[in-house]
Design a protein around this ligand. Structure first.
Ligand SMILES: [Zn+2]
Ligand SMILES: [Zn+2]
Ligand SMILES: [Zn+2]
Ligand SMILES: [Zn+2]
Length: 298
């Protein structure tokens, strides 16, 4: 359901997450069965979507367990990326399934099949109620989460998708408008692809150790070089370990005559990084002579 990652490790929050996990799993299975019984591809698409949402709740539940495991000598960055790797696998599977749904949708658009509108209607209604219920359950958690807005936008569109299937069921029930089902199927599959694309971009950029979106390497360079006795900062690398923690490493060229002030300069750099850029873990290599690569590396 919601892709919330509120890092509240209290038992309450976790049991709420487990509850939503099983609630969504139940809805997905009901929609899958209903989809096959009624022959509605739109219902199956919504089931796939809910199943993937269930998967991401499951991933964050499992990842929480591992994320609590602290770093050791072998895993010096800890296990925080378990979440990202799980999300990545989830998204790749989802892309494959969505493309399959688009193909099925097109085939049925060209050759509509008969559908049981009443099963479609009732199962979609159950899906909508389940969606709304899990928004309600996760509400108290998401208040503390940074991702509240995106989670709510996501849930809004999820509910909208269920609503269109309810309307589709009514149209089929009263007017035998079977063509509406493949249209909804393609629409839902495209919606899944769109949200998947956005999440995949974020996930891949973390795995590629890209500079976080809210940070500009140039402004880090400017800020750090404005600290007294720092002549040049280069070899700047900023990356995220997971969605929350940012890391930095860089070279800092210091005036030779001020080498005795190294500790003070270091404290100033660390304070600047933490206050201005929210970077609390950094490794700085000081040099009294600029290194060779200082001219051709950010
Ligand atoms: Zn969803
Ligand atoms: Zn470098
Ligand atoms: Zn460290
Ligand atoms: Zn250097």
């Amino acid at each position: 359901m919601a892709h919330t990652h509120s890092h509240d490790h209290t038992g309450k929050a976790i049991s709420r997450l487990w509850f939503t996990f099983f609630l969504n799993l139940g809805i997905s299975v009901a929609q899958l069965i209903g989809g096959f019984l009624s022959n509605s591809m739109a219902l199956i698409s919504d089931a796939v979507h809910n199943l993937s949402d269930t998967g991401s709740v499951g991933v964050s539940l499992v990842a929480r367990k591992y994320a609590n495991k602290s770093a050791d000598k072998q895993m010096t960055f800890g296990y925080r990326r378990a979440d990202i790797i799980g999300a990545f696998i989830n998204l790749i599977i989802l892309i494959g399934v969505s493309l399959f749904l688009v193909k099925e949708g097109i085939e049925r658009f060209l050759q509509p099949e008969e559908i049981d509108g009443s099963i479609m209607f009732w199962v979609a209604l159950v899906g909508l109620v389940g969606n709304v219920l899990s928004v309600y359950i996760l509400h108290s958690d998401s208040k503390r989460s940074l991702n509240i807005k995106s989670a709510y936008v996501h849930l809004f569109w999820d509910a909208a998708a269920s609503l269109t299937i309810i309307v589709g069921g009514v149209l089929i029930l009263y007017y035998d408008l079977y063509i509406i089902d493949p249209i909804l199927t393609i629409g839902i599959a495209l919606y899944i692809l769109y949200t998947t694309y956005n999440m995949l971009r974020e996930t891949v950029s973390i795995l590629m150790e890209a500079t976080p979106e809210d940070i500009h390497v140039d402004s880090i360079k400017d800020e750090l070089e404005s600290i007294s006795h720092v002549r040049d900062v280069h070899h700047i690398h900023v990356w995220k370990v997971d969605e929350h923690q940012k890391m930095l490493e860089c070279h800092a060229h210091i005036d030779k005559s001020y080498s005795s002030l190294l500790e003070e300069i270091k404290s100033e750099i660390k304070a600047c990084l933490s206050d201005r850029f929210d970077i609390t873990h950094s490794a700085i290599e000081f040099e009294l002579e600029p290194c060779e690569s200082s001219t051709h590396h950010p």
